[in-house]
Every structure is written in C-alpha cells, then in structure tokens.
Design a protein around this ligand. Structure first.
Ligand code: ADP
Ligand code: NI
Length: 216
C-alpha cells in the first residue's frame, strides 16, 4: 500500500462510528473536490489529496486536548515513512483547514487554499443543507424556532454549548461561506450552492409561514 492508500484506510477506520457529519463520506467528498480544484488551479494534486484525506483526523474535536489532533497525524505520517518535507507541507495545510469562528488561519499556499475551499464547499449546497439538519438533530436542536435568534459566531466550544437551530445556522455560518472561498474554481461552485441555499430557505420559511394557503 502506498501512503495515499494508507491515509484512505486510516480515515475510513477513524470515522467508522461518527454521526455528526464527519463521516468517511464527508472526507471522500472533500478529497474528490480538492483533487478537482487542484487540477483546475494547477496545484500539487497528491499533496491536496493526502491533506484532504487526513484533514478531519487531525480535528481537535476528536481528540482530548487542543493541538492533539495535529500531533496525532504527525505521528501517523512518521510511522508510515512519509518524507519529512511532505510531513511539514501536509501539516501546514491541515492546520489551516478548520473553520474555527474567528480563529481560522489564512492559508499560506495554493494547496492550503484548495483543501480549505473543498472542506467549506461540503458545508454548503444540498449536502451542506442536509448535514446542517443532521447535525442539529444529533445535538437535539430544533430545525426552526422563530423565537431563537441566530448567535454571533464565537469560539467553537462556547458556540456549541449555546442552543440554536438548523435554520439559524444558515445565517450564523453557511450563508457567509461563499465569500471566504479562495480559488476561482471553488467560487464558481460556491456561487451555485449559495443560490440553492437561499432558495431552500425562502421555500422553507414560506411553507413555515403558510404562504401557500395564506395569500392575503
Ligand atoms: P467543520 O468546521 O469541521 O466543517 P463543524 O463541526 O463546525 O465542522 O460542522 C460539521 C457540519 O455540521 C457542517 O456541515 C456544519 O455546517 C454543521 N454544523 C455545525 N454546527 C452546526 C449547528 N450549530 N447547527 C447545525 N449545523 C451545524
Ligand atoms: Ni471537514
């Protein structure tokens, strides 16, 4: 097995039991998108592929302490004989991927921009919408409640402890993602996914308010 095949196996095994939208299928979509963006933008495809495969394995949400995730992936890369320069490049990409409210780092390479774009694209559009409702369900939140106002985005942990709703999450995060995309290829895809979400919300809120039978 080469390093990419091993990273794929690692991600599949790591996310076997996750129900919060961070499953292997998310990683697979992000990886496929990252490879497409890399080819379109002329970036290092293999570097994007392997960083995308491992990007959520390194997420601190799945480890005991902040910083543990990155160390875990570094150890894994070392154990699997990844050359040192490549280890550095992969870790630097992964380190910039997460959307931590207010704390996300600016990517320092085209490859980091691409993997960050790919991860963010998976949070919007039809699949992003579905993930949002899955997440709200898993965290016992309502799909919509007009009495609960959208929160302002804070640090991950405090943010999670405060209740919101799936619909609010669009205003808190999902509708802001389009503007944060770096590469032209991702922006084109993002534009379409953004329009889909706006139309979805319009329809959803219309049905909620009964506009179909309440025309006056
Ligand atoms: P990441 O920053 O790793 O993409 P998150 O854990 O913040 O991931 O989110 C995982 C998925 O769940 C994303 O699709 C995200 O939009 C969605 N999500 C995150 N927080 C909420 C929330 N409070 N309500 C609904 N969906 C959420
Ligand atoms: Ni991700």
């Amino acid at each position: 097995m080469n390093l990419i095949q091993k990273a794929e196996q690692k991600a599949i095994y790591f996310f076997e039991h996750d129900a919060t939208g961070h499953d292997w299928q998310h990683t697979k979509r992000v990886t496929d998108t990252a490879v497409f963006l890399a080819e379109t933008e002329g970036a290092d495809t293999e570097l994007c592929r392997i960083a995308a495969l491992l990007h959520d394995v390194a997420d601190d949400k799945f480890h005991d302490q902040d910083g543990d995730g990155l160390n875990y992936v570094q150890r894994w890369l070392k154990e699997n004989d990844c050359p040192e320069k490549m280890q550095k490049d992969i870790l630097s990409i992964i380190n910039t991927v997460s959307f931590k409210g207010g704390h996300n780092k600016t990517p320092e390479s085209l490859e980091a921009e691409i993997v960050q774009d790919a991860d963010r694209l998976d949070a919007i559009g039809a699949i992003g919408t579905a993930r949002c409702f899955m997440f709200a369900g898993a965290f016992n939140e309502a799909m919509h409640d007009p009495d609960i106002l959208p929160k302002t985005y804070g640090s991950s942990k405090a943010y999670r402890e405060e209740k919101s709703t799936a619909v609010n999450h669009f205003y808190e995060k999902l509708l802001t993602i389009k503007e944060t995309l770096h590469t032209p290829a991702a922006r084109t895809i993002g534009e379409e996914r953004h329009m889909f979400m706006k139309r979805f919300l319009e329809t959803f809120l219309g049905e909620w308010e009964g506009t179909a039978f309440n025309k006056e």
